[in-house]
Design a protein around this ligand. Structure first.
Ligand SMILES: [Zn+2]
Length: 262
């Protein structure tokens, strides 16, 4: 076994197979940051790995449901989609088999589980979508158009999110800080501060803010020493790949003061 090896387990591209009987699926979707549930599953997997150790991270990835990195020890760094949090004992054993031996039977079994849950999660997400009035067409910038253009250029159209301008206030004032964009994992909703919808704000700058928020759907938010890391090194690396990265940062430094007046 090599010291560094990574296996990934993407969502099956095929249409999910129909199965007889009740699918083994959790009735509710656990919160991603359910730390107690993560620790519980980590312990349940660890039982099967002796003498190996496992470090488990729970994700809300769209495409990679399982990834395993093997390090000296052996230590298995495992990233699992939260659909596995309530896995039954048989599935936990299968997971352990897959983690240690990468075996085909285990892989098939996990594939079926993922197929079933993929559908459930999508339906639940659609149901759960909060109703917000989306205001995508601003006075200067059309967020939907920006989003779609970025989605095509950088993400192979894989980002599934809604986007809107944030609330506009009637009164202008000088702020101490400004949150130019946000992304809600639960609602898959990107909000962009209306301060950016002004003539002096160039398209590449709004694009950069939108791009950043879109990246939040791609990257995990690991818990490290009890703290959520929103901008991991992988995140920052990909962020720097934005075409006008340096230009956008320079523009921000030069115009931050004007953005704060809103
Ligand atoms: Zn961010």
């Amino acid at each position: 076994m090599s010291r560094y090896e990574q296996t990934e387990f993407p969502f099956a591209k095929s249409t999910p197979r129909r199965r007889r009987g009740l699918p083994r699926v959790a009735r509710r979707l656990p919160a991603v940051d359910d730390e107690a549930a993560r620790q519980r599953l980590e312990r349940r997997i660890a039982v099967h790995l002796i003498p190996g150790r496992v470090a488990l991270a729970v994700t809300d990835n769209r495409y990679t449901m399982i990834s395993v990195k093997r390090e000296k020890g052996p230590l298995y760094r495992v990233r699992l989609h939260h659909m596995f949090l309530d896995a039954d004992p048989t599935l936990v054993r299968t997971l352990a088999n897959y983690i240690v031996h990468n075996d085909t039977a285990a892989s098939d079994e996990l594939g079926r589980f993922i197929d079933e849950n993929q559908l459930k999660i999508r339906r639940a997400r659609r149901r759960k979508q909060v109703s917000v009035t989306l205001e995508t067409r601003g006075e200067v910038h059309d967020l939907q158009e920006l989003f779609e253009s970025l989605n095509a250029r950088y993400f192979n159209r894989s980002i599934d999110a809604r986007i809107t301008w944030g609330q506009r206030n009637a009164k202008r004032r000088r702020r101490n800080s400004i949150k130019m964009g946000s992304y809600s994992v639960e609602d898959r909703l990107i909000r962009i501060h209306p301060s950016l919808d002004r003539r002096f704000v160039p398209r590449f700058f709004v694009e950069w803010i939108v791009y950043h928020e879109m990246l939040h759907q791609v990257h995990d938010i690991p818990l490290v020493a009890g703290r959520r890391i929103f901008h991991t090194s992988e995140f920052l690396q990909q962020e720097a790949q934005f075409e006008h990265f340096e230009r956008a940062r320079r523009w921000e430094r030069a115009f931050l003061n004007r953005l704060l007046h809103y």
